[in-house]
Design a protein around this ligand. Structure first.
Ligand code: GDP
Ligand code: ZN
Length: 341
């Protein structure tokens, strides 16, 4: 056994040393902050990062006398990089800015590869993935299943939204509704609506209430149109936010958090709209098909690839009509694209 495991005592010591180091850094940062800002910091209060630009963040007060106020803040040097959606503890200074002093634990993280291909969080605490599709442009094969797997993997609840219902004749509508019902039968929430004529928009508003959502889907399905209806009058040009640095003003594309008037929040940026399935293993892919889960680990052979092995529990479930053939085909197709990566 080459792999070395730390004893509890060793990991406790390492944690303790790291804790002491963090505390020392804190004290240093504290001193720096106090002298930098003349010691005139307000009390600690809760906040929500609504936009991030490298070392600066826009923080909205979520309690305190200045509830709802937004301030451009710096974070303490010992804090990790923060992203839009992070919940923080911060203190206002007397010059219209503030200092973030702590990051609260994240419930979820939305990650994307950076320019070096390393996964980096781009938004925190998102809990609803709104997967938008439309009769036109026609969703390509497996698109919805790919998004569903991505949602399961990131720990987000998916919501399937079929936009442009106004484009369908009654016959087409019935066919698509049946298709949606199959997803609903798996336990997914589905909505058929139209940003164009307003059908079903109230249901969408009600579903988004009390959640932090992101909208994803192919270009042209109507994400901007939907968001414009949900956020009337809001300037969605997220790329137009500017960052003040020593070198001047830079325009940055950042994820921004918006409040829906009817309740709930949206985190949006061009990059976030491209959130999708990233490098995953076969096991993670299998786990992303929620109706497969009860059968996993019950095949006759432990290393079953679920292709044509005798005693395969998944193939058995397909034969019994417990798993839809289309979903099994979808799994196989996505698996073949993973192998090609
Ligand atoms: P995005 O690329 O996903 O942001 O899609 P857009 O919001 O830019 O919409 C693409 C096109 O679809 C635009 O021409 C919209 O006017 C149109 N569109 C959006 N929603 C609807 C709808 O509910 N019904 C119809 N008929 N057209 C829509
Ligand atoms: Zn099997």
């Amino acid at each position: 056994m080459a792999k070395r495991h730390l004893t509890r005592r060793q990991s406790w010591r390492i944690e303790k040393i790291q804790g002491e180091r963090a505390a020392r850094a804190d004290r240093r940062a504290d001193k720096a902050e106090q002298s930098l800002l003349g010691g005139d910091l307000g009390p600690e209060q809760n906040g929500l990062v609504i936009a991030h630009f490298g070392v600066q963040m826009d923080v909205e007060a979520t309690d305190g006398a200045n509830l709802g106020e937004v301030r451009r803040c710096y974070r303490r040097a010992n804090l990790p990089a923060l992203v839009t959606g992070d919940k923080v503890i911060w203190r206002a200074d007397n010059q219209g800015s503030g200092v973030i002093v702590a990051q609260l634990p994240r419930q979820t993280e939305l990650c994307r590869p950076d320019h070096r291909g390393q996964l980096k969080p781009v938004a925190a605490n998102v809990d609803l993935l709104v997967i938008v599709f439309a009769p036109l442009p026609t969703p390509y094969a497996n698109l919805i299943d790919r998004y569903l797997v991505a949602a399961e993997q990131a720990g987000l609840e998916p919501l399937l939204v079929m936009n442009k219902s106004d484009l369908l004749n009654p016959q087409q509508h019935l066919e698509l509704l049946q298709w949606l019902k199959d997803y609903a039968a798996l336990g997914y929430r589905v909505l058929s609506l139209s940003a164009g004529d307003g059908t079903g928009m109230e249901d969408l508003k009600a579903t988004l209430k009390d959640r932090i959502s992101v909208f994803v889907g192919q270009s042209g399905v109507g994400k901007s149109s939907l968001i414009n209806v949900l956020l009337p009058g809001e300037d969605l040009r997220v790329g137009a936010l500017s960052e003040q640095t020593g070198k001047g003003t830079h325009t940055t594309t950042t994820a921004k958090l918006f409040h829906f008037p009817a309740g709930g929040d949206l985190i949006d940026s061009p990059g976030i709209r491209e959130f999708g399935l990233m490098h995953i293993s076969q096991d993670e892919l299998l786990d992303g098909f929620i109706e497969f889960r009860p059968y996993l680990g019950t095949c006759r052979f432990r290393d079953c690839r679920h292709q044509q092995e005798p005693g395969c529990a998944l193939l058995g479930a397909v034969a019994d009509g417990k798993i839809a053939k289309a979903r099994m085909a979808s799994y196989r197709h996505i698996l073949s694209t993973l192998d090609a990566d």
